[in-house]
Every structure is written in structure tokens, then in C-alpha cells.
Design a protein around this ligand. Structure first.
Ligand code: COA
Length: 275
């Protein structure tokens, strides 16, 4: 269980799921320097928290996040180079480094408005589920800037060239259904079942071998930028390493239960973790 009082973030924990809630609903959860600083602390602590099996990132009230705080993160820091450096470092650390390398599965639950800078934590989460009527927008063009930070780079990891160009250049919004169609999120569901669907997904992940799930996500992320030959080497090394790291010895159990005991069909279900 993590300790600490935060001003702009709320953490709730129940049955292995840790809900990290961006908590400035009156500002549509715009990410100000306080929130960024607190998120660094929260994710650093949660990374080694034994009560966290799955992390869900979401927003309080009617927004996931309206992006970087236009006042506190931008205008107030225009003449403060030191403050700007700190704020950018904190934002980068939690949104990219800590969230992307989080040692447990992460799910973005997009409950409402999702604009600009909010695309970075959204894409940094392993999986994403949106409310069908959530509204997404790369609105930067509307106020004279480009989607900065990591946003522009990240978009092309998950969306097609034409879709990225269209939404970055026009600033037009799209809803959760369209986000799912473009594969920016895994799925979009009616708002009233959003939480239930996310819990169901989290429960599925919780039932699997955590060492394997962690290695799977690390392998996907690491090989994104590798050459074919590097990926070949890396993946075999990772595979071999997992046999040492996996305290559950999943591979041995699964092979025994499938090949010797004929107890399960590996293509359709996981091995029995209790045997
Ligand atoms: N930065 C700072 N403050 C923001 C903000 C942001 N990104 N997004 C919203 N807010 C603030 C508003 O200034 C307002 O503050 P106030 O009550 O002190 O005036 C409050 O949040 C509510 O915003 P409001 O526009 O009244 O809410 P809404 O529900 O009518 O509309 C949005 C919601 C998200 C459509 C609208 O706030 C908006 O367009 N925000 C900017 C989104 C954006 O372009 N983000 C990109 C940043 S990278």
C-alpha cells in the first residue's frame, strides 16, 4: 500500500488493481508542474509496491486529461528557464520513462477529454480502453504550436501516417469509437461499462504469470527500435534470461502439464499456476 498525500493525483488500491487518478477535475486534469512532480513520486513508489499487480491510469471527473497546463506549464514558465527545465524533466520522467518501463501491466482508462500532451501517457500505457463518447484531439495547431514533447513521435507508433497527418494538421477531434478503429486504443465501450471492462481486463492479466507478462511487454517495447538481427539476439537472450528470473518456473510447469500430464490446451488457456 503506498503512503503519501498528493494535491493533484489520487491513488486508490483494491484487490491488486491500483487506480492512479489525475486529479484536477476543475481544470480538466490539465497536467501542471505539481501533478508532474507528484506523478514521478507516485510511479516510483508503485513500481516496487507489492499490492500493485496492474496499474490503471485515468482522470477525475469528466476528463482523462486536457493535456499540459497551458498556464502553469507553458505561460508561467516562459521567463523561468530553471523552472521550465524541471517541469519538462518531471513530465518526461513519469509520462515516458516511468510509465513505459513500469514493471507491471498498465491500462489507460480514457474516461473523457483527451487532448495534446495527454496522448503521451495514453500511448505509454500498455493497453487502453476508452469510453465510446470520450473526445480526443491534437489541438495544438489551434493555438499556434506543434504537438511537442513526445506526442508527435509517439503518434506514429500507434496510428497510421494518414491519420496522424489528418488529426495533427486539422486539429479536428474524434471520439472513442474512432480511436478504437484507428487502434489508438484497444477498444471503446459504452461509458456505463467502462470501469467494469477495465477491471475485467486487469483480472485477466492478474491471473497470468507476472514474470512472463513483464518480459512480454519489455520485449515488445525494446524491439520496436532494433534491427532484425539485434531483435533476434535480444529475444533469445531475453527468453533464456526469463528462465532464471521466473520464480514460478512457468515454462517448466507448462511443458509438464501439456506434454506429460495432458492437462491443458496451451493455445486456449494458461497453465495451472498452483501445480
Ligand atoms: N491548461 C490549463 N487549463 C485548462 C486546460 C489546459 N490544457 N484545459 C482546461 N483548462 C481549464 C480552463 O481554463 C478552465 O479553467 P477556469 O475554470 O479557471 O476558467 C477549466 O479548466 C475548465 O475548462 P473549460 O474550457 O471551461 O471546460 P469545458 O468542459 O467547457 O471544455 C475542454 C473542456 C477540454 C474542451 C477545454 O477546456 C479545452 O479546450 N481545453 C484545452 C485543451 C487543449 O487544447 N489541450 C492541449 C494542451 S497540450
Amino acid at each position: 500500500m503506498i503512503q503519501g498525500q498528493y494535491e493533484a493525483v489520487r491513488v486508490e488500491q483494491a484487490d491488486g488493481i491500483t487506480w492512479v487518478i489525475l486529479n484536477r477535475p476543475e481544470k480538466r486534469n490539465a497536467m501542471n508542474p505539481t501533478m508532474n512532480r507528484e506523478m514521478v513520486a507516485v510511479l516510483t513508489e508503485l513500481a516496487v509496491d507489492s499490492d500493485t499487480a496492474v496499474l490503471v491510469l485515468t482522470g477525475a471527473g469528466e476528463a482523462f486529461s486536457a493535456g499540459m497546463d497551458l498556464k502553469e506549464f507553458f505561460r508561467d514558465l516562459d521567463d523561468d528557464p530553471a523552472g521550465r527545465w524541471r517541469a519538462r524533466q518531471d513530465a518526461h520522467r513519469w509520462q515516458v520513462h516511468l510509465l513505459r518501463n513500469f514493471p507491471k501491466p498498465t491500462i489507460a482508462m480514457v474516461n473523457g477529454w483527451c487532448f495534446g500532451g495527454a496522448f503521451t501517457p495514453l500511448i505509454s500505457c500498455d493497453l487502453a480502453v476508452a469510453a465510446e463518447d470520450a473526445v480526443f484531439g491534437l489541438s495544438e495547431v489551434n493555438w499556434g504550436i506543434i504537438p511537442g514533447g513526445y506526442v508527435t513521435k509517439d503518434l506514429s507508433l500507434v496510428m497510421s501516417f494518414r491519420d496522424v497527418m489528418y488529426y495533427v494538421m486539422t486539429g479536428k477531434t474524434f471520439d472513442g469509437k474512432k480511436a478504437a478503429e484507428m487502434r489508438l486504443v484497444n477498444e471503446a465501450v459504452p461509458r456505463e461499462v467502462l470501469r467494469e471492462r477495465v477491471v475485467e481486463l486487469a483480472r485477466h492479466l492478474q491471473r497470468l504469470n507476472p514474470y512472463t507478462v513483464k518480459a512480454c511487454k519489455e520485449a515488445v517495447r525494446a524491439t520496436w527500435t532494433m534491427s532484425t538481427e539485434q531483435a533476434f539476439e535480444y529475444l533469445w537472450a531475453k527468453q533464456d534470461q526469463l528462465r532464471w528470473v521466473d520464480q514460478e518456473r512457468g515454462r517448466d510447469r507448462a511443458l509438464r502439464q501439456f506434454l506429460d500430464e495432458k492437462r491443458f490446451r496451451a493455445g486456449l488457456e494458461s497453465y495451472d499456476r498452483t501445480r
